[in-house]
Design a protein around this ligand. Structure first.
Ligand code: ZN
Length: 333
C-alpha cells in the first residue's frame, strides 16, 4: 500500500466517524445525493457503462436504510418550498436525486423507494423520453468497449487521437472515462454528428434496447406519490458559454413546457447537464424554476444559492459499504 493510499484510508475513516453528518448544528443543512443508474452488476447494460454512473439495487437499498436514522429524507421541492415560505427546515435533511431518466430507475429504484417510503427527484431529458436515443458518453463507451478495427473506419481519426492504446483492443472502464472526459472539449452537437458518422460506418446505428424511461413509466413514477420530475433540458445540452443564447433559452423553457404538458404537473426544478452553469443559463433558470442543482460537491445550508445547489455524487465503488458511504457524505473525499 502506498503512502497516498494509507492517507486516503485515514481520511476516509475520520470522515465516516466524525464528518459533518455527525456535527450538531443549529442551522439547517441539506445533503443532495446524485444518482444516475441503478443496475445489478450482472445486467448486460452495466457492461458498457462508466463505473461512476452506477449503483446496484442492493447497495441503493442499503443506502436508504443507512440514511434513515441519521437524516430526514425529504424531497427537493419540500426543502425548496419550506425555504421559500420561511418555514422551519430540518437540521439534517437529505434529498435523493436521479439524473437523466434511465429506464432502470423505473425497474430497480422505484420498488426500493416504495419499500422504504423514500421521496426522490428524477431529472428527465424531455425530448429523449421514450426514444431510442442515448447520451454521447454512452455512445463513445459502446464504441470503445468492444475490440474493433477502428483504423479501418476513417471517421474515427479524432477519436483514436484521444485513445491511450492501439484501437484494436477493448479499453478498460478507467481508460474509457478518460476518453469521454477528453471529448468534452467538443460541443454536444458536433460530438453527436461525429458519432453518427462513426456508428454508420461501424453498423452500430441502433441501440440494443430503449435506454431511457418512456412517458408511461415516468408517469407511473410520479403516480407512486414519491417521485417528482425536474427538467434536465431537452437534449442534455451543456449550458456553458459556448452554447448560443437561443439554444439555452430553448433547452431551459421548452423542456419545462413539454414535461408539464405530458405529465400534467408543474415542473419547478432544474438540473444543469454536466454541471455546466453559465451566467445566461443561470438567468433563464432563475426566471422559470424555483431551484436547480449542479454537480459541484458540497453540503447546502439555507444560505446556499437555491439555483446552484450542490450535490454529492454516489456510485458503487465509493458507497458499497457503510464506512465509505458515510465518508463520501462528508464531501471531503
Ligand atoms: Zn445528465
Amino acid at each position: 500500500m502506498t503512502i497516498q493510499d494509507l492517507a486516503k484510508q485515514v481520511i476516509r475513516r475520520v470522515a465516516a466517524i466524525a464528518g459533518p453528518h455527525h456535527w450538531p448544528s443549529r442551522h439547517p443543512r441539506l445533503w443532495v445525493l446524485m444518482y444516475h443508474r441503478i443496475l445489478p452488476a450482472d445486467d448486460p447494460r452495466a457492461a458498457a457503462e462508466e463505473p461512476g454512473m452506477m449503483v446496484t439495487p442492493a447497495t441503493f437499498r442499503r443506502h436508504l436504510y443507512w440514511l434513515k436514522p441519521k437524516f430526514e429524507l425529504i424531497s427537493l421541492s419540500d426543502w425548496v418550498g419550506r425555504a421559500q415560505r420561511g418555514k422551519t427546515l430540518p437540521l439534517r435533511a437529505c434529498a435523493i436525486t436521479f439524473d437523466d431518466g434511465w429506464r432502470d430507475n423505473f425497474e430497480f429504484a422505484l420498488p426500493i423507494l416504495r419499500e422504504t417510503g423514500t421521496p426522490a427527484t428524477i431529472f428527465a431529458v424531455s425530448h429523449m423520453i421514450g426514444t431510442e436515443k442515448v447520451f454521447w458518453p454512452n455512445r463513445v463507451a459502446r464504441i470503445l468497449h468492444t475490440p474493433r478495427n477502428l483504423e479501418g473506419c476513417p471517421s474515427t481519426i479524432w477519436l483514436r487521437k484521444l485513445m491511450p492504446a492501439p484501437s484494436n483492443r477493448a479499453l478498460t472502464p478507467g481508460e474509457i472515462s478518460k476518453v469521454i472526459a477528453a471529448c468534452k472539449t467538443l460541443m454536444d452537437r458536433e460530438l453527436s454528428e461525429r458519432l453518427d458518422q462513426i456508428e454508420k460506418e461501424l453498423g452500430l446505428e441502433s441501440w440494443p434496447e430503449r435506454p431511457l424511461m418512456n412517458w408511461d413509466e415516468l408517469y407511473a413514477m410520479v403516480e407512486s406519490g414519491l417521485v417528482e420530475i425536474g427538467s434536465h433540458t431537452c437534449h442534455h445540452t451543456r449550458l456553458n458559454d459556448a452554447t448560443s443564447d437561443q439554444d439555452i433559452e430553448r433547452e431551459v423553457l421548452e423542456s419545462q413546457r413539454l414535461l408539464q404538458e405530458r405529465l400534467g404537473r408543474s415542473v419547478r426544478l432544474f438540473c444543469y447537464p454536466n454541471g455546466d452553469v453559465s451566467l445566461k443559463s443561470l438567468d433563464w433558470v432563475q426566471q422559470y424554476y424555483d431551484a436547480a442543482v449542479t454537480t459541484s460537491c458540497g453540503i447546502n445550508t439555507s444560505a446556499t444559492d437555491i439555483h446552484q445547489l450542490m450535490r454529492i455524487s454516489i456510485h458503487e465503488d465509493i458507497s458499497y459499504y457503510q464506512q465509505i458511504f458515510f465518508s463520501r457524505l462528508s464531501s471531503w473525499i
